[in-house]
Design a protein around this ligand. Sequence first.
Ligand code: PEP
Ligand code: MN
Length: 264
Amino acid sequence: LASKAHANHKSVIQLSDHVTVGGKDLLIVGGPCTVENLAQMEAVASRLLTAPIQALRGGVYKPRTSPYAFQGMGLEGLEILATVRQRYHLPVVTEVMAISQIEEIAAQADMLQIGSRNMQNYDLLKALGQAGKPILLKRGLSATIEEFVLAAEYILAHGNPNVVLCERGIRSFDTYTRNVLDLGAVAALRQITHLPIIVDPSHAAGKRELVADLARAAIACGADGLIIECHPEPEQSVSDARQALSLEEMAELVASLKPIAVAV
Ligand code: PEP
Ligand code: MN
């Protein structure tokens, strides 16, 4: 179902009345790694609404490497997302970590993110077939392109045709960047599948000074959009502070994408 042979045109997926991904407009998703409080999310939405970004991100259930690290605000964070979503008419994307969270998150969010660590959680993927919302499927930390496409296939095969792929960097021997952004995968996926493909340069880079260049390269490579971490006070981020852009940096980056998108 994911293969290009199955659909002879590219899938365009609807996030809201006005926002799509996979069509001619880029989807730029911006926001913090973690929802921390209402003021933080208001600051992001109000500054970036006109940048413009098309959707907001923010995790409320966080897959943290250490069990002692902040695990996310949960339902309280979801309420904050819902408030900002309504106030600014911006679709929101947030991560679902467990089958038990699907219903509550699908009731408030416009797209459900499946994180890298859950890309091969097949029971979760099957359950997403009935989620009734588009899915943003992130590539596993060390998943091959074929494993990635087959993970999407699980969701499609179980009844949800609206899957957006996200390349977010893969593990390698080099620790200078957090992960290695695989733009080769973006080029390949565009040939293999009709599903939209977006790129997360933040988790690939791990360092804010590398994010903008990777983002521009991704668009030049034909990605349908980007998901980027930014924060009103990047250094104060409760998670992934080192890779967070300031809101000004984010706005500048968004502006710099336009000529590249036109040229592709
Ligand atoms: C995130 O988007 O904050 C995240 C945890 O991403 P990934 O699953 O790609 O590590
Ligand atoms: Mn993060």
